[in-house]
Design a protein around this ligand. Sequence first.
Ligand code: SIN
Ligand code: MN
Length: 200
Amino acid sequence: MALLKVRGFDVHKGYLDAARQRALIESLRGVLKAAPLFSPEVPGGGRMSVRMTSAGQFGWFSDAKNYRYTEQHPAGQAWPVIPAEVLEIWRVLTGLERPPECCLLNYYGEGARMGLHQDKDEADFSFPVVSISLGDDGLFRIGNRTRGGKTESLWLNSGDVVVMGGAARLAYHGVDRIRFKSSRLLPKGGRINLTLRVVT
Ligand code: SIN
Ligand code: MN
């Protein structure tokens, strides 16, 4: 385990050992059963290449109109609760009393990526976003608080946890590509990223 600082992001390399990664995947099975993955449409047309779902009071959602938080899965049911194992990571790493209200689960299959963006659909940017990586390696890119300029890339491996807080809370970030089947955590391959957010 090692803590790297990359442009204000706290990157906890190897924060979760193999046993905790497996336990986390187990706890996510229930989430995926109650709230199956879907491929969100994006404003301007097309769909994201990642598939996603959420746990918590709010889920992050996107369609042809806009990006927003919703209280229901697109199929109509409430989002499932955030697993205790996930909440524990937030509590220990942020030291905050207040729990996250959204755990967004992004699944990257072969060829999936996520363009540079800011997380800015939340009401209060003084709360950090915590990101947990599981499964295949992902090439994470960090930019600036405004579009453009130099960026820095690092590989996130299974078990890495990133805290995006302070001045880095509104930094552009994205995932250029994954190394499909680089990990054996998920039987069918792919990468899961969980991001925990206080929404309101
Ligand atoms: C995100 O920004 O929502 C996902 C980041 C990641 O997949 O590491
Ligand atoms: Mn993001």
